[in-house]
Design a protein around this ligand. Structure first.
Ligand code: NAD
Length: 508
């Protein structure tokens, strides 16, 4: 396992909870990371104790006092160097993502590439944190707005994107002048340690305080400390809708800020005017990629009745040829699910949809792979269903694709929007009127809406996130940076009179 060694994860315990040689007093609890490939143990990581947590927060507070005074383009220079360090570790980190999370190596590499790309984006952004200048209604007055950093940005992330989601937040927040406290998923703790070690090298080389990027480890309880903590003005949380509702309530009660990136129930509408070849390629990647464990995975396929049967048959054929197995093998397209619970959830959903009247047309079985007995392999499933089945209304984080028939576009859009989530959406059509309807205000109600592009796999240049129970947060590109800063409106009187706004006369 050279990649573990190259990332500094050599022994049975790869380090401490911060990955920065932070030694707390209470290391009684540990998380043992296991690969979903065959269930074998990789290494253990200590869980951050409450006392360590408080120390980390204090360290971050101190670091913020210095970091906010570093000019933004110089902060960008640090992020540029992090991007270079990630390039140097791309293969090793990509492999670790694949080994610890179970996505195929190509997708592991893609995740690290996203980290590199967001670094580049953030470097440019560091010279473009623009505020507006406004025309004052008073003579000899100048009015403008500027953006200041918030302080500590608390980042809680999910298992399925164990490194990229952190960087979408952290690299943007870093050029904005914030400092980070990151709690990754307890299911992928080593990815966090590896990223922390990569960043720590750059900080050390440049004499920047370690407290700018902090890592803590643990599960729900550690996340709850962050949500409750008034010292953390912003919590960016990625994960399930259940988690998002809890975090929103806790942070809201102290009037803190949140960026919530929660579950999706993403659909593709396939029209009778679509290029079926393209639609099928996008559907297969969207539904089976990452073994259905992406927030943007395609869960529902809303298909025009005239192409429904043909599409179903072609999908079944393609699904049957998919290579399921070790995600580190080059010819594997679908790796394992993260754990036994995930397989149980998939089985329960398949049972429920069939009880509701759905027809399982392909897959759903667990797959035993010789030599990988401790892994969690399943055959992706295709089910003919109705949109209003309770289970179809939910996000099951597994490779289940529901096929739903429609006859006219209004009906298709109503079904498409007729779920509580609103993350990613797509329509395949070559008909301009249909495409524009789907993108219009009476079309898709999601944060991401595509034409002839699937639901899965967004580019970092756009703002990423969704509406309704997906949480409303936006991360990554466009002007998502504004959520990591506070806006200040400034008015300067450079005259020798004291006129009041709104024309008020107040003689004293
Ligand atoms: P999860 O909600 O179980 O856990 C996510 C993170 O939240 C973990 O770090 C966990 O420890 C923490 N957590 C759990 N309960 C908490 C609480 N009450 N307070 C504070 N922290 C808490 O999610 P998961 O199983 O790791 O990930 C899968 C889910 O994440 C899916 O629903 C998926 O759609 C969603 N997701 C969304 C996006 C997005 O950008 N919209 C991206 C990736 C994943």
């Amino acid at each position: 396992m050279d990649f573990l060694k190259n990332l500094g994860i050599e022994n049975s315990n790869p380090g401490t909870s911060t990955g920065q040689n932070f030694l707390g007093e209470d290391h009684s609890e540990e998380i043992m990371s296991q690969t979903p490939i065959d269930g074998s143990e990789i290494a253990s990581v200590t869980i951050t104790s409450r006392a360590e947590y408080d120390e980390v927060v204090e360290k971050a507070q101190d670091a913020f006092k210095e970091w906010r005074m570093v000019p933004a383009p110089e902060r960008g220079e640090i992020v540029r160097q992090i991007g270079l360090e990630l390039r140097a570790h791309k293969e090793d980190l990509g492999k670790l993502v694949s080994y610890e999370m179970g996505k195929i190596y190509q997708e592991g590499l893609g995740e690290v590439q996203e980290m590199i790309d967001i670094c580049d984006f953030a470097v440019g952004l560091s010279r473009q944190l623009y505020g507006k200048t406004m025309q004052s209604e008073r003579p000899k007055h100048r009015m403008y707005e500027q953006w200041h950093p918030l302080g500590i940005c608390g980042i809680i992330s999910a298992f399925n994107f164990p490194v990229a989601v952190y960087s979408w937040n952290a690299m943007i927040a870093a050029v904005c002048g914030d400092v980070m406290i990151w709690k990754g998923s307890e299911k992928t703790p080593l990815c966090g340690v590896a990223v922390q070690k990569i960043i720590a090298k750059v900080l050390k080389r440049n004499g920047i305080s370690e407290g700018v990027f902090n890592l803590i480890t643990g599960g729900r309880e550690v996340g709850e400390w962050m949500a409750e903590d008034e010292r953390i003005p912003l919590i960016s949380a990625t994960g399930s809708i259940r988690m998002g509702k809890e975090v929103a309530k806790t942070v809201g009660a102290r009037l803190g800020k949140t960026i919530l990136e929660l579950g999706g129930n993403n659909a593709i509408i396939i029209s009778e005017h679509s290029d079926l070849e393209m639609a099928i390629r996008a559907t297969v990647f969207g539904s089976v990629g990452t073994c259905g464990q992406r927030c943007t995975s395609t869960r529902r396929l809303i298909v025009h009745e005239s192409v429904f049967d043909e599409l179903k048959e072609r999908l079944v054929k393609l699904y049957d040829g998919i290579n399921i197995g070790n995600p580190l093998d080059e010819d594997t397209l679908v790796g394992p699910m993260i754990d036994e619970d995930a397989v149980d959830n998939m089985n329960a959903a398949l049972k429920e949809v069939q009880e509701a009247g759905g027809e399982l047309v392909y897959g759903g079985e667990t797959v035993d792979k010789a030599g990988l007995e401790g892994g969690h392999y399943v055959k992706p499933a295709i089910v003919i269903a109705q949109n209003d089945y309770e289970i179809v209304q939910e996000e099951t984080f597994a490779p289940i694709l529901y096929l739903i028939k429609y006859s006219d576009l209004d009906e298709a859009i109503a079904m498409h929007n007729g779920v509580k989530q609103g993350l990613s959406s797509s329509m395949f059509t070559l008909n301009m009127r249909e495409a524009e309807t789907f993108l219009s205000s009476r079309g898709s109600d999601c944060g991401i809406a595509n034409i002839n592009v699937g639901t899965s796999g967004a580019e970092i240049g756009g703002a990423f996130g969704g509406e309704k129970e997906t949480g409303g947060g936006r991360e990554s590109g466009s002007d998502a940076w504004k959520a990591y800063m506070r806006r200040q409106t400034n008015t300067i009187n450079w005259g020798d009179e004291m006129p009041l706004a709104q024309g008020i006369e107040f003689d004293v």
